[in-house]
Design a protein around this ligand. Structure first.
Ligand SMILES: [Zn+2]
Length: 257
């Protein structure tokens, strides 16, 4: 598949069985068709399972790349680089990613990282699935730009993340597809952090932990657990902690006692 003059086709990571491909609009080309395709948001979160939460507690820091050995799906091969993904926080909805959310305000996250050096914001990719997409922005304090990514300007409307002059943040719930082939029914915004280990420890200390709803983790639907349906066994694997928010809250309370 080739891109046209506007869109840059990036491919997929070699050899990975995936039903998506990655691309990026050219600088200045709109990804979000209309301004009413934006929703305001204020918090980002990283959601993990109970077992991964316990590992985090034991290590007293966030664990980059997850704790299940999985690598980032992306058009790039990041090797063992310490990356960590945050999504837009939706605490009242069923969560496909796990039981506990590490949450932080977007503006707090940005100022926290900027206080540790110049913060670089890059457009990583749009991962396009059959009907949906994930738009990824990379945040890094590393000035060397090892992946040669284009800078992302959040103050310009049209991309997956828009930040107005008052510091209000918006994400796009839909995007156009590659080469303008219609619209994606749903788009998620992700921040991919590329930080040093000491920075993950500092970030861990300012995050808030809350329980989320994961009780439909074994239902045969899009709510199905993301972690436990991937890898060997695939769709037949069952999530060991398909808990309601109330159950997860009880575990959290016991751990904090
Ligand atoms: Zn699960």
């Amino acid at each position: 598949m080739q891109g046209n003059d506007e869109d840059v086709y990036l491919g997929v990571q070699g050899g990975q069985a995936s039903s998506f491909f990655s691309w990026r609009p050219q600088s200045g080309s709109r990804l979000v068709p209309h301004n009413y395709n934006y929703l305001m948001f204020s918090d980002m979160s990283r959601v993990v399972h109970f077992e991964d939460y316990m590992t985090t507690l034991q290590n007293d820091t966030l664990i980059p790349n997850g704790t299940n050995g999985s690598r980032f799906l992306s058009h790039l091969n990041f090797g063992d680089d310490p990356l960590l993904c945050f999504g837009v926080s939706c605490p009242d909805q069923h969560n496909r990613y796990g039981n506990f959310s590490f949450t932080i305000g977007v503006n707090r996250l940005l100022s926290h990282l900027a206080s540790q050096g110049a913060l670089h914001v890059y457009f990583l990719e749009v991962m396009e699935f059959t009907k949906t997409s994930v738009s990824r922005i990379m945040l890094s304090t590393n000035p060397s730009n090892p992946y040669r990514l284009p800078l992302y300007d959040a103050s310009t409307v049209g991309g997956p993340w828009y930040r107005d002059q008052f510091g209000n943040n918006y994400h796009s719930h839909t995007t156009r597809r590659f080469n303008n082939a219609g619209l994606n029914q749903h788009n998620e915004l992700e921040f991919v952090l590329h930080l040093y280990p000491a920075q993950y420890h500092k970030l861990y200390e300012v995050l808030m932990v809350e329980a989320v709803d994961h009780n439909k983790a074994n239902h045969p639907s899009y709510r199905r657990c993301v972690k436990h349906r991937s890898g060997p066994g695939g769709l037949d694997k069952r999530c060991p902690t398909p808990w309601s928010r109330q159950v997860a809250e009880e575990y959290l309370r016991q751990l904090q006692d």
